[in-house]
Design a protein around this ligand. Sequence first.
Ligand code: 4AD
Ligand code: MG
Length: 469
Amino acid sequence: MKKLDRKRVFDLLKKDNQALIGQEINVKGWVRTRRGNKNVAFIALNDGSIIHNLQVVVDVKAFGNDELLRQITTGSCISVNGKLVESQGKGQSVEVQATEITLYGSADPEKYPLQKKGHSLEFLREIAHLRPRTNTFGAIFRIRHALSFAIHKFFNDEGFYYLHTPIITGSDAEGAGEMFRVTTLDLKNPPLDDKGEVDYSQDFFGKETNLTVSGQLEGELGALALSNIYTFGPTFRAENSNTSRHLSEFWMIEPEMAFYDIHDNMDLAESFLKYLVAYLLAHCEDDLAFLQKMYDDKLFERLRMVQEHTFERLTYTEAIAVLEKSGKKFEYPVKWGVDLQSEHERYLVEEAYGKPVILTDYPRDIKAFYMKLNDDGKTVRAMDVLFPGIGEIVGGSQREEDYDKLHGRIHEMGIETSDVWWYLETRKFGTAPHSGFGLGFERLMLFVTGMGNIRDVIPFPRAPQNAEF
Ligand code: 4AD
Ligand code: MG
């Protein structure tokens, strides 16, 4: 086969492809369909660079290799040399007139599972090794990439530093006890101490360790030196919630800023989310349009809603009053002090205000130990951002910077000071007002793709009873 520069389908189909028309090019990819008759074959080729397929046209007689053509079936992988020409047919502006084809890998039509369109998302989850080859998951993973890139770009442009916080830790940042243990001890025969408890001093790290539930505590250490940092990494929660909005392994973005109060924190969260939505609208239009057509006819409308509206800001106490006055029958009844369920959050966003909502000043008893206590002694400077269709997408707060108050909270909640002595020390040495938040990356992916289940916005989801692939 003649050696030619490989072009991506993206480059061949883009609007300013004029210079390529009439040229001999090479293109490689996976066959979506092959149709035609004894004179001409049409191959729809996709290489994942764009949602659209490239049409490859084969003059069957001139090509003269029927056996090869027969093996070019859905799912097979080929390399094509040919001339890029303007297309006579409907549905595409250009096509490739094939002169040479190499078959890299066939795909037995009897066995390849992605024969027809319209597989259920549940079925595709069972073949997560192949689902990236569908239009839906190609679009989702390209959007996931664009969103990741935009996150780094936003923070870099704003003067934030990307801080790598550890995956293996000895602490429970959220104090909720939902951790996956990390150990190399022999589970059948662990060493015991004199009380008969497992002796973790003999474990790999000489102490109990787990996968991190959040990079925040270490993020704060960074912010109290570099001023503005962010993390973007995987986090792990062993909560047994089998819902469409929870994963056991999910990615979180956690900015942490010295000298920010809760209002600065809310301003940052709002402008960050608006920036990300605007970035996607500018860079992922074809993929979003596909998802809108297939899954969610209100997708663009909802994205614009985030862009165009100032988020409504109110306190938890005010929100409880709104919920109580709503006259709605909720599955979980509301009264001051309860944790809000997604039905409550969605009522506020979708019915009461019709735009994103930021709730602040939650009761201290339902929030984590590190949040700054308000003067009322009952509430903390927490802030949650609530989105349509999702509920909580961001959770954050101003942090308690006072040593005695923080120490008191840690003691009250039964957290061992020996686990977090280093965190406490930052309040002893040059403490500063500071704030931060965590954005659940897959929650945002749900929102921007219109998908209904969080397992469909991450390549290889981890959930209770589910760690295949
Ligand atoms: O509200 P969370 O638990 O807050 C924290 O972890 C803080 N340390 C963040 C901070 O202030 N730096 O989690 C933050 C966000 C949630 O708002 C939600 O979007 C997402 O993480 N999240 C999950 N996403 C998927 N699956 C789960 N099991 C999630 N738990 C939380
Ligand atoms: Mg939260």
